[in-house]
Write a protein that binds this ligand. Structure first.
Ligand code: ADP
Length: 488
């Protein structure tokens, strides 16, 4: 099968969070299974150019409609983690992708609407007719709309579209001028069956467009699929998902074990597996050394996260003190575009500066993330909601025991040591229900108690987690089944 991914992120060159990992990991799995995969991305100035191999201009005659004129684009080709990627570079005073950041500009809807149009125009002009176009999140929600209402009539009749929702919190609710920009007549779309937002009737909703127009819609875990259809976590799209429920389902994300694997990880000093688990301790020592923590008989509790309200920043802050007061060391790697949250954590770091059991690293650091997964004993993920969550699955592969809230993909992957209905050898972590201090403390207390009082049982949890297969193997097959289903 010939599959084109259209996405705003792809690890390792353009990654903000899990979306980047998913596009890379799924694409690689599809290739391993003998499919031809291409990825179309914006050419951001802030990409990791050092991670792209053989980047060169491959098409320079692309004129993309924009309101009543055209913007000239160059298209570059290069390999990112071995995957074939096309990068679109518009030449316009609007400077869409030269902002030193991937997101959080006020004109994001405009930037990505233009990107959708440019990706399809590029495919048309270069005669690309994939079997499947797979697009992701609100940034590419206009792709199926444009494909079926514009490009189909220009000869692109073959591709079918799979659309994946990674986070319903961000839907691309914006003004109708965005449609005009992309060459669509707003009057045709401002109704409830199409792109009109379900609550703000003067706005359009780009994610809704993706849902309505795609041949199949997935989200990134079965639990989140139920939550967004049936609870407030749908952020206003519940009704739309109900209407389209026959073409909607949850597929749990996978982890790319060629990147996240303690047996081959080049970023950690001591490699290990289930059979050589004692080696993990050397990574704990190295982590302490690197972060200037003292060597002590204490568990290391870690957090690797975007610092966002979704991730439970208040509970993370509270847990820092709880862990330090209850015999743990605490390590956090996180960054936030939100100035208030960022300020709060800088203050916290300042307050704990002298503490030899605590280190807060407020940055984005891929290499350090690997060392933390390998060196920590536990990882804390107290999310308000979590579409899938990759960090708990990565951590488990490294024998680091997750402590998570009972929501979304966390609930599909972590099975409580004390309360799960699964047999003991399938239990792999700790879970709490209530999104408050008592809730997170209840789980931390059990986990810390287990580490100190029953180390053998704690070690069993580590091993159980390592034995789970959260690779792309199963989800890769699920996606191929979906692709085949919509091609029929
Ligand atoms: P989300 O996509 O909501 O941010 P996920 O759990 O799905 O959360 O994916 C997070 C990914 O981003 C993981 O690969 C994690 O290791 C990585 N990550 C998060 N914060 C940082 C950071 N500060 N430095 C390095 N990697 C990070």
């Amino acid at each position: 099968m010939y599959i084109t991914m259209i996405s705003s992120e792809c690890a390792p060159v353009a990654k903000v969070g899990g979306l980047g990992d998913v596009v890379q990991g799924l694409s690689r799995e599809l290739e391993i299974r003998g499919n031809a995969v291409e990825i179309i991305l914006p050419k951001y100035d802030c990409m990791r150019y050092d991670r792209i191999w053989d980047l060169h201009k491959s098409y320079s005659d692309l004129w993309v409609p924009y309101y009543d004129h055209h913007i000239h684009c160059d298209v570059y080709f290069g390999f990112a983690a071995g995957l074939k990627c096309f990068f679109i570079e518009p030449h316009s005073h609007r400077n869409f992708f030269n902002r030193s950041v991937f997101y959080s500009n006020q004109d994001d809807p405009e930037r990505f609407a233009f990107f959708c149009r440019a990706a399809l125009e590029f495919m048309l002009k270069t005669n690309k007719h994939p079997d499947i176009i797979h697009c992701h999140d609100w940034q590419t929600g206009l792709v199926p709309v444009l494909l079926f209402d514009v490009y189909k009539h220009l000869g692109m009749t073959h591709p079918r579209v799979c659309y994946t929702l990674h986070n319903l919190k961000h839907q691309g609710v914006t003004g109708e001028h965005i449609l005009r920009l992309a060459g669509l007549n707003p009057a045709d779309y401002m109704n409830q069956e199409r792109l009109q937002d379900n609550f703000n009737h003067r706005a359009i909703n780009l994610m809704k467009g993706g849902i309505v127009y795609s041949n199949f819609v997935t989200t990134v875990s079965p639990r989140y699929a139920e939550e967004i259809k049936n609870t407030d976590l749908g952020c206003g799209l519940q009704h739309t998902l109900h209407i389209h429920s026959t073409k909607f389902g949850g597929v749990l994300n996978g982890i790319d074990y060629s990147v996240w694997n303690p047996e081959i990880d080049p970023h950690i000093p001591a490699r290990y597996s289930v059979d050589t688990l004692d080696e993990k301790f050397r990574n704990k020592e190295a982590l302490r050394h690197r972060l200037l923590l003292r060597q002590a008989f204490k568990p290391v509790v870690s957090v690797v996260s975007r610092l966002d309200h979704q991730k439970g920043v208040g509970l993370i802050r509270h847990s820092t003190f709880y862990c330090l007061d209850h015999g743990c060391q605490f390590v956090l790697l996180g960054s936030s575009p939100d100035p208030d949250i960022s300020h709060e954590f800088h203050n916290l770091r300042h307050q704990l500066n002298e503490n030899q059991d605590c280190h807060l690293e407020l940055s984005y650091n891929e290499e350090l993330a690997h060392l933390i997964y390998a060196g920590a004993d536990m990882i804390l993920i107290p999310s308000a909601f979590e579409p899938c969550g990759l960090t708990q699955m990565i951590a488990m592969k490294y024998g680091t025991v997750p402590i998570v809230r009972n929501t979304g993909g966390l609930a599909d992957t972590v099975f409580d040591a004390d309360y799960s209905h699964r047999p003991y050898h399938k239990r792999n972590g700790y879970m709490f229900n209530d999104f408050n201090f008592e809730g997170v403390e209840s789980a931390l207390k059990r986990a810390i108690g287990m580490w100190y009082s029953f180390p053998e049982y704690f070690r069993e949890l580590m091993v159980n987690g390592m034995n789970y297969d959260y690779s792309w193997n199963h989800p890769g097959e699920d996606y191929l089944n979906i692709y085949n289903y919509i091609r029929e």
